[in-house]
Write a protein that binds this ligand. Sequence first.
Ligand SMILES: Cc1cc2nc3c(=O)[nH]c(=O)nc-3n(C[C@H](O)[C@H](O)[C@H](O)COP(=O)(O)OP(=O)(O)OC[C@H]3O[C@@H](n4cnc5c(N)ncnc54)[C@H](O)[C@@H]3O)c2cc1C
Length: 369
Amino acid sequence: MKSVIIVGGGLAGLVSANLLARQGIRVLLIERKTYPFHRVCGEYISNETIPFLKRHEIYPGEFDLPSISRLQVTSVNGKSALLPLDLGGFGISRYTFDHFLYQKALKQGAEFLLNTEVTQVQFNNERFYVKAGNTTFEADLVIGAYGKRSRLDVSLNREFMRHRSPFAGVKYHIHTDHPADLISLHNFKDGYCGLSQVDGGKFTLCYLTHSQNLKRYGSIKQVETQVLHRNPFLKSVFTNSHFLFDRPEVINEITFATKQPVENHLLMTGDAAGMITPLCGNGMAMAIHSAKLVSELIINFAAGAMNRTQLESEYQTQWNSKFARRLWVGRQIQRLFGNDWTSNLAVNLMRNVRPMADYLVRRTHGVPF
Ligand SMILES: Cc1cc2nc3c(=O)[nH]c(=O)nc-3n(C[C@H](O)[C@H](O)[C@H](O)COP(=O)(O)OP(=O)(O)OC[C@H]3O[C@@H](n4cnc5c(N)ncnc54)[C@H](O)[C@@H]3O)c2cc1C
């Protein structure tokens, strides 16, 4: 029987654990943290994922999930545009969703090693050797599902790690007065902030900021009052909401650099293969979709229908055809955000040239799978 080690248990890793264990493949998922836990994420998930999640009985429909069908974009100085989202999405906190997928994978027979960081992965004579804690595990295949950036990338000598990444992400859960069917994307200088509802009637308030804001103003609180509050919509959210965390979730060094979906024979999924800019609201859908692609190919490999070379080459081809363009478009659109002039331009385009706005939203999203 073939064995697979999955490094990292975010959406990409957890979806693969479910799919592979269900097919009787031996799966060990190694995750640095312990479920349930909060993550920095806007927590708006594109409806393109629903048919797949339902087919595999991992759709979290038992939670009361808001359905989101409208997008509001505001510029740095508070101009606003509203447009319908053709495909739309739903809101669910990662605390809830990841824990739900973890419990499903356990039931399918996947094994988990939690609270343990993988520090090295080596490939030798058709076998992988994975060092985690004081133990080295062996496997036929390794899926790299460890997110945007990890110390493991250094040991794998990945190209993008040679460059610093200048973005930080901050997230809160709040109670506020905001329509349940609306996701808002508010610009501020050198960043943007999303607001939408998730399970349990809460809202996720999550922003991406250039690290120079933090350097210049010295603290998150100061960045919020000195920079975010200049957008009147954000000022109103920050001053009229009830914040549920003692302190926000924060991550640094967010990178949108080009990566490779296969490195040193590791099959990379989710953000480890490439991260789309958050304003597209499509990172979670891509993590789930890439987990689907890789798992289906691994199932063929385990059945003897393809060898390792074919598996790696087919995954690379499928990954590029589904996601490479989307990542590129996301990077271009992000350039319009976080600046007075260009964010006004973006809002004006959305107001006055709707077909173009619809086209751009479509290009950053996939189709239901
Ligand atoms: C500010 C911001 C807002 C966003 N908003 C949205 C949104 O609204 N909608 C959307 O679709 N996407 C959004 N995204 C993107 C989305 O969060 C990611 O694309 C998605 O989480 C990727 O899932 P993943 O499984 O690849 O990685 P992750 O969810 O990051 O999971 C990776 C896991 O690997 C673990 N790990 C890392 N290194 C190791 C190691 N060495 N050993 C063991 N475990 C390890 C980590 O602890 C983590 O649990 C946003 C991103 C940011 C930064």
